[in-house]
Each structure stands twice: as C-alpha cells, then as structure tokens.
Design a protein around this ligand. Structure first.
Ligand code: NAX
Ligand code: ATP
Ligand code: MG
Length: 375
C-alpha cells in the first residue's frame, strides 16, 4: 500500500512535468488524457497535503525560543555561569562524535566542555582541541580482567562522580561504542545523574543502551532522547511494540514520550519532531541536503547547552518571558534543532557538496548571532 502511494506520486510528478512541457498541445487528445490521469491520481496529492498540514499545525517559532532562553552577555558574569557540559563518549573506533558534541557546546556559548572517554580515545580527542577537558576514565572489556571488573567499575563511577554536581547537563552516547562492560558503567553514571537531578541528553550508542534498558530513563523529566531514523525505529519497536507510523508521526512520538514517563524525544529527520508526552512541536526551518555523519553530534551538544539555559531562564522566572512551554527539555530541543539546521544551511550555501561536519560547526556562532546578537 505504502509502496503504491510512492509509485503514484512519482507517476504524478512526471505526468505533471510532462503536462507543463506540453501546454502547446493543450487542445490535443494526448493532453486531455494526461489531465484525466492526473485527476485520477489525486488521492495521493491529498494524502501528502494532509501530512504537511499535520506537521504545520505543531510548527514552533524556534527563533523566538532561542531569543528568550539565550542569556545576555555581560561583564559581571563569571566562568561557568553560561554552562558546564560533559560528553560521555569516545572509544577506540569513534573519536569524532564526542569531539563534535563537546566543541559544539562551546561554540554555542557554554563556558566549559568536558569529555569522559576511554584511555585510547583520550589523546586523540585532546589533539583535536585544547579547549576540551578530556578524562581518560572509561574502560572496555578487552582491557579489564574478569576479576577486576567490579573494582574498575567503581573507580570509573568515582571519577565521574567527583565532577557530577558541577555539570549543567550530560550528553551520553556520541561515539560511546557498544562494549557491554563499558555500557554497564555508563548505566551507573545515568543512575547517579538522575539522583543528582543533572539533565541528560542521550544519543548514538547511549540510545542503544537505553532502548534495551528503558527503566534507566523512564519517568525522568530531565532526560532527552535524540534518535535518528534507525534509533527511533528500534525505540518504537521496543517500547510501543509496533512499527514506525510515518502517516501519524506526531501522535506516535507523543505516545512514545508518554510511555517512557514524560522524557523528551527529539525525532530527527526532514522535520524534527519534539515531544514530552504532553505536547508535540515541529522544527522544519532551515536545513541542508547534505547528510554527512556527525550532524546529530552537533545537535546533542547544542541541545545540552540550550536545555541548561532554558532551565536557568525558567528558574529566574523572568516576568517578561513570553514562553508558553515551561519544559526546559522541550525548549532546549527546539533551540538546538533550529540552531543545528541553520548552521547546516549556512555552511551548505558556502560549501555545497563538500560541506562536512566541521564546516557546520564553524557556522554555529554566526547562526546564533543572526538570531540573537551578543550586544
Ligand atoms: N566521526 C565519528 O566519530 C562519528 C561517529 N558516530 C557514532 O557512530 C556510532 C553509530 O552511529 P550510527 O549513526 O552509525 O548508527 P545507526 O544505527 O543510526 O546507523 C547504522 C547504519 O544505518 C544507516 N543509516 C543511517 N541513517 C539512515 C537513514 N536515515 N535511512 C537509512 N539508513 C540509515 C547508516 O548508513 C549506518 O550504516 C554512534 O556512537 C555515533 O555517535 C556518528 O555520530 C557519526 C560520526
Ligand atoms: N532530511 C533532512 N532534511 C533536513 N535536515 C535533516 C534531515 N535529516 C536530518 N536532518 C537534520 O540533521 C540533524 C542530524 O540528524 P541525523 O538524522 O543525520 O542524525 P544522526 O544520524 O544521529 O547523525 P550522526 O551522524 O551525528 O550520528 C538533525 O538535527 C536534523 O534536523
Ligand atoms: Mg547519531
């Protein structure tokens, strides 16, 4: 059925373009036949219109959210007030992902950005940037003897715990890998973050962990999950025991967030859909046709910063605030999504096909400046 709809709409498109090119033949029988076919296939057009209508109805004014929650820069502020973020990720295979997330947090405007990664990933990540504070504390199974696992695990947790209360948000998962021992340690880190009320953004391999252990985040309102197409599919299958339903995407993401006890879900795609189980928002502005790897990592680092700023903004109870939504996790997702998409679109306008993740990161500052000037 779905396949048929696709076939129908591509037929329609070619017929429409053919019909346009043949306007001169308007009186011919060929043209009348084309018109008949286009009318007969009209159901497909109506269907996609309905879907667009559905998304438009929840489209949010993301720029005004960014303007509301971004703190003013002034000379009285001290280091740390604009945010301290930690990324838990980086292993033998992946060093780019944690770097992208952590550097994006700084480029958006956080004051300090830490990375907790494995011992072999640390020197590599440090060499990308002296701006990041890198802790080589995580261990994978291959480097730990069975009898040492308990001791090593409590050592890892103690290392992260020393810092935990200083962080405004953790990003868990970019380039984390899927080593079982490492993931057990990260489960404990998540439990400690919850106990201390530190917000968490779960992405990449963190989603692999959480999808198989949903209790880790279930009911935690300060948790954000940022699944891509594959990660979302796995989450829906596991939590809702059903298939992804693109025709009713807003309702499904709402049900999913509700079923996980009010965590916030940012479903990435052509439009980003955001839900905390109460409301669904969509961010469709900007964007780029380049799909190079690493853009989700920029997003997770950005969401972490905006979530922290939204939390501060709500705590300060600014009487001039015109925000209708009061959930910092949702606000952080809206702002992070729009910022990533704008930077991607600006980078694409300069670099076209050769746009890579590093180019997008370079435009985060200008993109935020366009929406919310520093002075
Ligand atoms: N430079 C790096 O170090 C990067 C590391 N990354 C890390 O790599 C690990 C695995 O993440 P992945 O995103 O690859 O895992 P996924 O499970 O999302 O992707 C696995 C496979 O699915 C395919 N796929 C992705 N999006 C798709 C779509 N929309 N439709 C159909 N197929 C699609 C990909 O080509 C890939 O082969 C994570 O830890 C992640 O953070 C990524 O963030 C990319 C950048
Ligand atoms: N088709 C699309 N059109 C426009 N923007 C998109 C599209 N798909 C994804 N994006 C944007 O790209 C960003 C990253 O989404 P993506 O699905 O690539 O994440 P990911 O697969 O986790 O990335 P990563 O390679 O970092 O793991 C999101 O913020 C989303 O808004
Ligand atoms: Mg990803």
């Amino acid at each position: 059925m779905v396949l048929m709809k696709h076939v129908m709409s591509s037929q329609q498109l070619s017929l429409l373009s053919y019909a346009n090119n043949c306007m001169l033949m308007a009186s011919s029988s060929v043209y009348r036949r084309q018109q008949f076919l286009i009318r007969s296939l009209g159901g497909g057009i109506d269907h996609s219109r309905n879907m667009q209508q559905d998304l438009r109805s929840v489209e949010v004014d993301a720029e005004s959210v960014i303007r509301s929650i971004t703190p003013a820069l002034d000379l009285t502020r001290h280091k740390g007030q604009a945010g301290k973020i930690a990324v838990i990720g980086g292993c033998r295979e992946y060093t780019g992902a944690p770097y992208f997330a952590a550097i994006s947090a700084l480029k958006i405007g956080a004051d300090l950005s830490h990375v907790f990664c494995t011992k072999d990933a640390a020197p590599v990540i440090k060499s990308y940037s002296p701006e990041l504070i890198v802790h080589p504390v995580l261990e994978e199974s291959y480097s730990v003897r069975e009898e040492d696992k308990k001791f090593i695990s409590s050592k890892v947790l103690a290392e992260v715990d020393k810092w935990m209360e200083r962080f405004d948000c953790l990003v868990i998962g970019p380039g984390l890998g899927r080593d079982p021992f490492l993931l057990d340690c990260v489960s404990e880190i998540i439990r400690h973050a919850r106990q201390t009320n530190v917000p968490i953004v779960i992405d990449g391999d963190g989603l692999f962990l959480v999808t198989n252990n949903i209790d880790l985040v279930s009911g935690y309102a300060l948790a954000v999950l940022t699944p891509n197409v594959n990660e979302y599919k796995r989450l829906v299958e596991k939590v809702l025991s059903s298939e992804v339903n693109d025709a009713d995407a807003t309702q499904q993401v709402l049900s999913l967030a509700k079923k996980i006890g009010g965590v916030t879900i940012l479903k990435k795609g052509k439009s980003d859909l955001i839900s905390d189980g109460d409301t669904v928002k969509s961010v469709s502005i900007y964007g780029s046709p380049r799909r190079c790897g690493g853009q989700g990592d920029i997003l997770s680092g950005s969401v972490a910063v905006f979530l922290s700023w939204a939390r501060q903004h709500i705590k300060a109870a600014d009487p001039n605030s015109n925000l209708s939504c009061k959930n910092p996790a949702v606000l952080g997702c809206i702002a992070g999504s729009a910022m990533m998409r704008k930077a991607a679109s600006v980078a694409f306008s300069h670099k076209k096909r050769s746009t890579i993740t590093g180019d997008i990161i370079e435009f985060l500052g200008k993109s935020l400046e366009d929406i919310c000037p520093a002075t």
